[in-house]
Design a protein around this ligand. Sequence first.
Ligand code: EPU
Length: 443
Amino acid sequence: MDVFVIKGGRKLSGTIRINGSKNAALPLMTAALLTDEPLILSEVPNLSDIRNMTKLLGELGVQSDIETTDLGQTITHRVVDPTQSHARYEIVRTMRASISTLGPLVAKRGYARVSLPGGCAIGQRPVDLHLRGLEALGAKITLDGGDIIAQAPGGRLIGASVFLGGPFGSTVLGTANILSAATLARGTTIIESAACEPEIVDLANMLIAMGAKISGAGSPRITIEGVEELSGTTHRVMPDRIEAGTYMCAAAITQSEITLDNCPLDAMMSATDTLGHMGVDVNAVGSADDPMRRSCVISRTGAITPVQITTQPHPGFPTDLQAQFMALLCLSNGNAVITEKIFPERFLHVAELCRMGAQIHRQGATAVVTGVQQLTGAPVMASDLRASAGLVIAALAAQGQTIINRVYHIDRGYEHLEDKPAKVGASIRRANAEEFANSTMTL
Ligand code: EPU
């Protein structure tokens, strides 16, 4: 098992290129199940979640040819065996996004057996809305041995009105599942209370390029007219807004100036607006031709002003940046309040930040962060992907050395997390946990 060894306090300077989005790429990959033709995705990030999805698709009869380029991976997906429809627990338990194979499988093959994902570190995470949506499209859903079995009577789903609103708003992967499934259903589907996340828009754009008839993606009402079949296509995965937001926090906490290239600024307004209120400048530079692929300069010179943050569905503040902003607010000059409305238990980073000297008081889904003058390096434990990213942000500014254990969580969602900040001047390296413990290794 690896650890990150980070020595805080270094200024950052230079340029980081943002890679393709993990959360866009995963449902885009499962759309390969919807067509008999090749689906080519470029700028797919090289992450363990992507490798797991490639493995799962392989078990579902999809061959993936991977070419590595300077801009990430180009993966050509081809269905070679459409008889396989079982997403096994052994893979699903490593990656909840496996659930996004369910809609494409039942829509195209008329049958799916997908292991029910269990809870995870950030909460219970039910899939009831996914199942309700597929049932509305005519699928017969049963449970057997921990697996969801979905069957389309007569082999084809039927268009319907589907309401995807739940207690915490809509569901992102649920919307991806129903949207994908409805492309091949007979008749028209209306998804009401659809997720408006930019990753859903990216998926809809690709499905349209494959011949799907979709309107309204990016709004709470999406209309899909089912077609007989979809073709293959070539699609460039949108850049990762959460990776971009994480590096914005890295620049801000180290009081540095860095440039981000390939940054999806148009999808990040809640984060950049919040940074503005905190005294962090985010300035777009260069061509504005594609608002989802901008260059921008992030800098901070004054103190960090405390703010109130409430996580919400897009275009509200993203839950996936909550931990990183909390790390930044640990050094503000006052009291900040963070309320987590998407995953009310997503606070595993709080105790670890407190080990580094942060003052955070949590009550239920709200945390009050009282700014301190200085964080101090410490051994800490990564728990989930974004909590771990928050610890990296804190460590970059902390006095002394921080050891982050269990970095496999970070490898799920950040490509080369040790390389990109190091390239702009951070002191961060990966080490084998046992070797590190047995050595006097210094940076
Ligand atoms: N929910 C239900 N029923 C459902 C589905 C969801 O009650 O059937 C609840 C969830 O428990 C949660 C809320 O609805 O309280 C929103 O969950 P959602 O379904 O939108 O989450 P997801 O689609 O499973 C994606 C991202 C997450 C991100 C959330 C919210 C991927 C692969 N995952 O998950 O990303 O936090 O949307 O934006 O796209 C991450 O990248 O670290 C990550 C966890």
